[in-house]
Design a protein around this ligand. Structure first.
Ligand code: COA
Ligand code: MG
Length: 285
């Protein structure tokens, strides 16, 4: 799974051009909140052009219950986006609705069934937080869950979602954790949200390192300068790879054994799974 997803407002030819030279694992052309409603028709056409022949470019469409949604998805599907990012779902039913629309358009354009993946922003609506279990086993094309605090804090009437030090306040820390658990339960990637202070390099590095520590496999970016630090933060280090290899070897050398000692520490099955996952991640990068 990709480490960095760079948002690019689809009404900006300049930013789209710039994004082509950035080492993001994936781009997300945005047709939703970063594009003014009047600019959307032109943005759809720019997005459809940009997608042609490019890999790993996603599109964030408007929420499924809006008129813009239908125009967005119709405009971009012929150009075969890697996937569609779904904002503000209330329930996995909204992702199913998107998926069914994609089924029809894949068929219409002769695209392999299931090729177009979905990432859902699963915490933007308060109801969504209470229905996160609905993603488990429901949407075969679901590739990941990500989250956002801005719409959520607006919905509950909060004055802010961050402390004066810039850390998530408890309600949003909880939403982040729930996204992580829901992604694990649905067996899809957990992708941490944007770090909006795009001049704060140290803060970003710290945030991304914590995200990886907690189990997120990637993160959303809003500025080209954020891509490299994110890629670095989500790439296992040489020492981590070596340590994981030792754990895997130890279990291979001791078949049928449930727990082993390594450097004075107990290692059992969860550690083996963790090590295997890390090695898989390292191979993908
Ligand atoms: N993708 C591609 N290029 C980008 C970019 C992005 N997300 N953000 C900035 N750039 C480009 C700028 O166009 C500029 O290039 P230029 O000098 O050739 O014009 C360069 O990178 C440096 O940008 P900078 O001046 O530091 O920032 P800015 O003030 O132009 O833009 C934002 C700041 C936040 C408006 C911009 O980063 C942005 O649009 N981010 C994405 C917002 C978004 O999609 N939000 C939705 C999800 S939350
Ligand atoms: Mg939003």
């Amino acid at each position: 799974m990709s480490r960095s997803f760079l948002f690019v407002p689809a009404d900006s030819e300049r930013k789209m051009e710039k994004a082509g030279g950035v080492e993001a694992d994936a781009l997300i052309l945005d047709l939703e909140d970063s594009v003014a409603p009047d600019a959307r028709p032109a943005a759809r056409q720019l997005a459809a052009e940009y997608l042609k022949g490019r890999d790993n470019v996603w599109v964030r469409v408007n929420p499924v219950d809006t008129e813009d949604f239908e125009a967005d998805i119709e405009a971009v599907m012929a150009s075969q986006p890697a996937g569609i990012m779904l904002p503000k779902p209330r329930h996995a039913r909204d992702a199913v609705k998107l998926s069914e629309r994609i089924d029809v358009l894949e068929n219409h354009h002769g695209i392999d069934h299931g090729q177009t993946r979905i990432i859902a922003l699963c915490t933007e609506h308060p109801e969504a937080l209470l229905t996160l279990h609905s993603y488990v086993g429901t949407v075969p094309r679901l590739a990941g869950l990500s989250w956002g605090a801005e719409d959520l804090s607006a919905a509950v009437g909060a004055a802010t979602n961050r402390s004066t030090k810039g850390e998530w306040l408890p309600p949003y820390e909880m939403a982040r954790s729930m996204c992580l658990f829901a992604a694990a339960a649905a067996e899809v990637a957990a992708i941490d949200t944007v770090f909006t202070d795009f001049r704060d390099d140290e803060g970003l590095l710290r945030y991304a390192a914590n995200a990886r520590r907690d189990g997120f496999s990637g993160m959303l970016a809003i500025h080209p300068d954020q891509v490299e630090p994110i890629n670095a933060a989500f790439s296992p280090s040489a020492e981590e790879i070596e340590h994981a290899q030792r754990i895997v070897e130890l279990f291979e050398q001791n078949p049928g054994v449930g727990t082993v000692g390594l450097e004075g520490k107990m290692i059992d099955r969860p550690h083996l799974l963790q090590a295997q996952r890390l090695l898989q991640q390292a191979r993908r990068n």
